[in-house]
Write a protein that binds this ligand. Structure first.
Ligand SMILES: [Ca+2]
Ligand SMILES: [Ca+2]
Ligand SMILES: [Ca+2]
Ligand SMILES: [Ca+2]
Length: 355
């Protein structure tokens, strides 16, 4: 009888110890992406705002090592190995992923070359982060290995509707490659099965030979099928391109940037942005020159009136602008300000540092 007490205590403890040991062993043996939900494949809750992706000179740490998307929330890139059997395939017809059941996220197969500079000097294909040099962008270049590079955005649309995707595709390749650079937008609800193509998002050719710089802006409404769903995958994809004469050719790099997914209206809307130029004491300053730069380097100018008011009308909404100020007589605390313009804005004020 005396033995029973220790036995009763021992048996519950023993299996717990074994389970804990097995769990720790499993954690050591499992590939790391299975240990926890990675931020890069978390479904971004659109009720908290837009999912945005902007590669800038201040965000070069989004991708720090090859094939590693863990620092980029709700976004992953894959190279689409073998998704087509030849070049020149319309990406609108490529509706699968290169994994069993087309399942995504795929824990160990994300793809991107980190920390690249000049696109025309780098021809490995697939996806690349061009985070230095003239063009900062997520690069796409199909080739015989990476037949259909793509990026996937994971969003939770619970309670949301009228969701748009907007992004810019730039020809970032100033080299002699001449490709018919197609680009497509697709979606699906859930994590496997075919994607559905969105014809409104299709670009037939985003590039010009021998030069870089052409920008094609996409801004489309996503279909009601994606509304109010916890798991929506939106994909942007290119394919290994052909030359204009239909023959095989090395692809030009396409650069994707300024991407947003959310309920942000259309680009057709334009709004006014205004403010005042003031001393710290609130006195308006006349004839200060304010310049508004858009994200493609286009500039507009406005001069403050005798009360310090200035304004820009017909500003296309849904973009980011930089406002700079200059005056021969004054120094300003914040001579340049960045504004994401989604609605009219009337208080972009500039203050002098004294007087
Ligand atoms: Ca980087
Ligand atoms: Ca080009
Ligand atoms: Ca082209
Ligand atoms: Ca090609």
């Amino acid at each position: 009888m005396k033995n029973q007490k220790p036995h009763r205590k021992f048996f519950p403890v023993f299996p717990v110890a074994i389970v804990l040991a097995l769990l720790s062993l499993a954690l050591v043996l499992l590939p790391s992406p299975l240990r926890s939900v990675e931020a890069n494949s978390t479904y971004f809750d659109l009720s908290t705002g837009n999912l945005t992706l902007n590669l800038t000179s201040g965000t070069t740490n989004l991708i720090t090592s090859n094939d590693n998307w863990t620092a980029v929330s709700s976004v992953e890139g894959y190279c689409g190995d073998g998704l087509t059997s030849t070049f020149g395939v319309d990406p609108q017809t490529v509706l699968t992923a290169e994994f069993p059941s087309s399942a995504l996220p795929s824990s160990s197969d994300t793809c991107i070359a980190a920390n690249k500079g000049n696109p025309s000097a780098y021809n490995a294909g697939g996806l690349a982060e061009f985070d230095s040099g003239t063009y900062l962008a997520f690069g796409f270049q199909g080739n015989v290995q990476s037949r259909a590079p793509y990026m996937v955005f994971y969003v939770n649309t619970t309670g949301r509707s009228n969701i748009r995707i907007a992004f810019d595709v730039t020809d970032i390749d100033g080299g002699s490659n001449n490709a018919v650079s197609q680009f497509a937008v697709q979606y699906r609800v859930g994590e496997s099965g075919n994607f559905t193509n969105l014809p409104a998002g299709y670009i037939a050719d985003a590039t010009d030979p021998n030069v870089a710089g052409r920008v094609t802006s996409v801004n489309i409404l996503l279909p009601p099928a994606i509304n109010n769903q916890p798991q929506v995958q939106i994909r942007i994809i290119t394919t290994d391109a052909a030359a204009p004469d239909g023959t095989s050719s090395p692809d030009e790099w396409l650069g994707v940037n300024n991407l947003r997914i959310g309920n942000f209206g259309t680009t057709a809307a334009s709004v006014s942005v205004s403010g005042r130029v003031l001393t710290p004491g609130g006195r308006g300053i006349a004839r200060a020159s304010i310049t508004m730069w858009d994200d493609q380097g286009n500039a507009r100018n406005s001069i403050s009136n005798p009360f310090g008011f200035y304004s820009f009308d017909d500003v296309p909404a849904g973009r980011t602008y930089i406002f700079t100020i200059a005056s021969r007589r004054y120094i300003f605390n914040q001579p340049s300000q960045v504004l994401n313009v989604d609605n009219a804005y009337d208080s972009l004020n500039f203050f002098t540092s004294s007087k």
